[in-house]
Design a protein around this ligand. Structure first.
Ligand SMILES: *[C@@H]1O[C@H](CO)[C@@H](O)[C@H](O)[C@H]1NC(C)=O
Ligand SMILES: *[C@@H]1O[C@H](CO)[C@@H](O)[C@H](O)[C@H]1NC(C)=O
Ligand SMILES: *[C@@H]1O[C@H](CO)[C@@H](O)[C@H](O)[C@H]1NC(C)=O
Ligand SMILES: *[C@@H]1O[C@H](CO)[C@@H](O)[C@H](O)[C@H]1NC(C)=O
Ligand SMILES: *[C@@H]1O[C@H](CO)[C@@H](O)[C@H](O)[C@H]1NC(C)=O
Length: 760
């Protein structure tokens, strides 16, 4: 039946009866649907393809409302489902599930329905103890904020598990092996565990159920919190000292992640590319952690189409496997999706199971030790291939071998994306344990992406170095969370320099910012917007820095080893707006470069970052007055190989330099940028010395130099951001120099106030 092939289940149910009996003349009529009677009371609508055949109409309601009819489809010249002109669709008020299910307590106010922004308060009868949130507000996504209020006596082995709003519970005894079961009101769907058992340890099995209406969604904040806390337990490498209740991967532990994206019919081209981007974003976020997982990436519709299988991923010899995966993803086009008329979720899980069997056959021991994670994004409903739950159960059995201790070796997540997700069925495809959530409902892929962005603001990731968020939003600070401006006040000739936060107590800058006799109290550091003046404990110059060392050689000022560290009195607390930049030749930067511990060497870092003859790099201008953001990102190319000599040679043209050999001024301890061959670089202005010269490696910023000095200052007040002329070169202290590295290691490797870096 054509309609069965072309539509997913829900729409099918609505439309098939109409089409099946439609006269044949009608089914031939292609073209446009009428533009009448489409309006919705109190809302608006959007069309995917104007009034043409196949166009989707989506109703949009303001926050706190949902459309009585979610969407319509232009098919054979008609909009389906039909709506009557006299009773048009309308935006209805979102309600929250009934909170009056609280046992042994009072809920005020007492109402039949609770709408968005309604506030309820909870209290317990005499002799009962209160747990949960005492004042809850109904949110626009159809959920109460906070946690379920519970009035319990806590006299049994397990605590009273409560009755979540909208549900009812059977079972009132809470001792070992006692069972409670839940149901949701008839119009609501139960997400989480229908049944929970009181266990030895005094905890309930499974996850707390929640009752979702068809308009209930999770917000990106809710999802990122729940997802990252669940996922994080697998991504944080156990260091022995932070063994929490969750298992963490042992150092060098293996992690296989399967990611599958629904590419069925209802995903249009735009959303398809968004889905690919979402997968990349997820892999990128995971790469910020210290683990190097293996991936299998699948697109599925009627069939399963692998982007990369676990076996192939593991066989890639290339060190930069992720880049290869991203290339494969990029190369996978919308047109390649093949038959996408069905949504065969069962086949997907069978496919993953087969991959797992192959992995096991290759190395059974290692398979046993591997942590397996399956993350599925689906917008539709299984309309073919049968019930997927038995397939999932097979995977569960295969991994856990019915040993409860092995339960944690498998994590099953589903992101239900879109308006038509069959919540009830999908609930069976996820892990239910640990009081963590494994099923998430989001209205669209944009919200999924937002979720992954939020994931990074989590407390555990803020100490990761060099994280760069490049999207346009109001918070530009996030793009440069390490950026510092330094002022040294003197009776005459105060200095202004730039610097970079490299650990929670140290700022790296240029030695030339300081003069003999400067004291710590004369130094101010501006880091985060509105941050009070930071107290400086001391500054430390590179021991070999000597500005006058070569005056006898007609070099008025000499800048070799032009680096210094500012040590703060107190360690800063990192946040999304305050993070260190990455320093090469450290274990911390290994993570940013996606190298495993064994691959990470200083030479490897240099090779990955600096192997080209022209290296794309950046530094920033000084900050806009009164703000914490740079006026401009300066784009440069570091000249190496055959380009370096000409770049160094121009040093002879600097004022105060009169040498025959430019290498007397610019030693190998400098990097060289500027000029207009083969492309025109930006140049540094006064006040920008000490700033980080960095390379952007897939969203992570790694400092490779410190801006030191230039041949000529061509910046003027009229043109504060000039581009380079042929000979306006800038020289940067090279962080890869042995003398510079050993200086950094001596101090940053021993930062016991903050968090020391681990140098190789
Ligand atoms: C919809 O119609 C408008 C004007 O008639 C046209 O400019 C636009 O390209 C059409 N959009 C699509 C997706 O066909
Ligand atoms: C709920 O309250 C917020 C803040 O006061 C307001 O912006 C929003 O419009 C309200 N929503 C509804 C549906 O009343
Ligand atoms: C619930 O929302 C209200 C209003 O936004 C807020 O005052 C309260 O702190 C929230 N409670 C929790 C536990 O988040
Ligand atoms: C810097 O170099 C000059 C010339 O070699 C020397 O006289 C002076 O003592 C040096 N200064 C320091 C602080 O080492
Ligand atoms: C550079 O030094 C040479 C020889 O020491 C001298 O003749 C020349 O005038 C100097 N040039 C400048 C610009 O000082």
């Amino acid at each position: 039946m054509e309609c069965e092939q072309r539509l997913n289940w829900l729409i099918l149910a609505m439309i098939c009866p109409l089409i099946a009996g439609a006269p044949s003349s009608m089914s031939k009529r292609h073209g446009s649907c009428p533009d009448e009677n489409l309006n919705i009371d109190g809302g608006s609508f959007a069309l995917s393809n104007n009034y043409s055949d196949g166009s989707f109409l989506r109703y949009i309601c303001p926050d706190g409302y949902y459309p009585s009819v979610q969407s319509r489809l232009c098919q054979y010249g008609l909009w389906t489902p039909k709506t009557s002109a006299r009773k048009p669709p309308k935006c209805q008020k979102v309600t929250c599930p009934n909170p009056r299910v609280l046992e042994n307590g009072e809920v005020t106010p007492y109402k039949n329905r609770y709408y968005v922004n309604d506030t309820t308060t909870y209290s317990c009868h005499y002799d009962y103890k209160f747990r949960g949130t005492a004042v809850r507000v109904c949110k626009p996504n159809g959920k109460w904020n906070g946690t379920t209020p519970i009035c319990g006596r806590d006299s049994d082995h397990c605590p009273d598990p409560g009755v979540p709003p909208g549900s009812s519970r059977t079972g009132h005894r809470f001792n070992i092996d006692n069972k409670v079961t839940y149901r949701c009101d008839s119009t609501l769907t139960l997400i989480g565990s229908k049944e929970r058992v009181c266990q030895d340890g005094g905890q309930w099995s499974g996850t707390e159920p929640q009752c979702y209406a068809h308009f209930t969604y999770d917000t990106p904040e809710e999802v990122s919190e729940a997802f990252s806390s669940a996922l994080k337990s697998n991504l944080a490498v156990s260091r022995g000292d932070q063994q929490g209740k969750k298992i963490t991967l042992d150092q060098g532990g293996k992690l296989d992640i399967y990611i599958a994206v629904d590419a069925s019919n209802s995903i249009d081209k735009d959303n398809f590319y968004k889905a690919k981007h979402t997968v990349k974003l997820l892999i990128e976020k995971i790469s910020y952690y210290e683990v190097s997982p293996n991936y299998e990436i699948l697109m599925f519709a009627t069939d399963v189409h692998p982007i990369i299988t676990m076996k192939n991923f593991k066989s890639i010899r290339d060190k930069d496997k992720i880049t290869k995966v991203f290339e494969d993803l990029d190369n996978f086009k919308y047109e390649d999706k093949g038959d996408r008329t069905g949504t065969n979720i069962a086949k997907l899980y069978s496919y993953i199971h087969e991959s797992m069997k192959i992995e096991e056959s290759i190395n059974a021991m290692s398979f046993l030790e591997t942590q397996h994670i399956i993350i599925v994004f689906t917008d539709g409903q299984a309309n073919m291939g049968g019930n997927p739950i038995p397939k999932v159960n097979k995977i569960k059995y295969h991994i856990t071998k019915n040993d409860p201790k092995r339960e944690k070796k498998l994590d099953l997540y589903v992101f239900g994306v879109g308006k038509d997700v069959n919540k009830y069925d999908v609930n069976g495809l996820v892990s239910l344990r640990d009081r963590e959530k494994y099923f998430f409902m989001l209205p669209d892929l944009d919200k999924v992406q937002e979720t992954f962005d939020h994931m990074l603001d989590e407390s555990t990731s803020v100490e990761l170095c060099g994280i760069h968020q490049d999207y346009d939003d109001d918070n530009k600070r996030r793009a440069f969370p390490w950026l510092a401006q330094i002022n040294v006040v003197r009776s005459s000739h105060s200095s202004r320099c730039m610097g970079s936060l490299v650990t929670s107590t140290y700022i790296l800058t240029a030695a030339q910012c300081f003069k003999n006799g400067d004291t710590a109290d004369k130094i101010t550091v501006l880091l985060e917007k509105n941050l009070k003046v930071l107290k400086v404990k001391k500054y430390i110059l590179h021991p070999k820095y000597n500005n006058t060392a070569k005056q006898h050689m007609k070099i008025k000022e000499y800048f070799e080893f032009d680096v210094a560290l500012i040590k703060l009195e107190k360690a800063l607390t990192m946040s999304a707006n305050l993070r260190p930049i990455c320093i090469p030749c450290t274990k911390e930067t290994n993570g940013a470069l996606r190298l495993s511990d064994s691959e990470g060497t200083c030479r490897k870092h240099e090779e990955l970052l600096m192997s080209n003859e022209l290296v794309d790099a950046f530094f920033t201008s000084n900050m806009e007055i009164g703000t914490d953001v740079p006026r401009k990102i300066r784009h440069i190319t570091i000249k190496r190989g055959k380009y370096r000599d000409a770049c160094v040679e121009d040093a002879k043209k600097a004022v105060g330099v009169n040498v025959t050999n430019a290498r007397d001024v610019v030693t190998d301890n400098f990097l060289c940028s500027g000029g207009n061959e083969p492309q025109t670089d930006d140049v540094a202005c006064k006040g920008e010395s000490g700033g980080a010269t960095y390379i952007n490696k897939k969203g992570r910023l790694i400092q490779v130099g410190v801006v030191s000095w230039g041949v000529k200052d061509i910046c003027t007040r009229r043109n504060p951001d000039p581009v380079s002329q042929a000979a306006t070169r800038d020289y940067h202290t090279n962080l890869f120099s042995a003398d510079i590295l050993s200086f950094l290691k001596d101090h940053l490797g021993n930062d016991y106030i903050g968090n020391p870096l681990t140098f190789f």
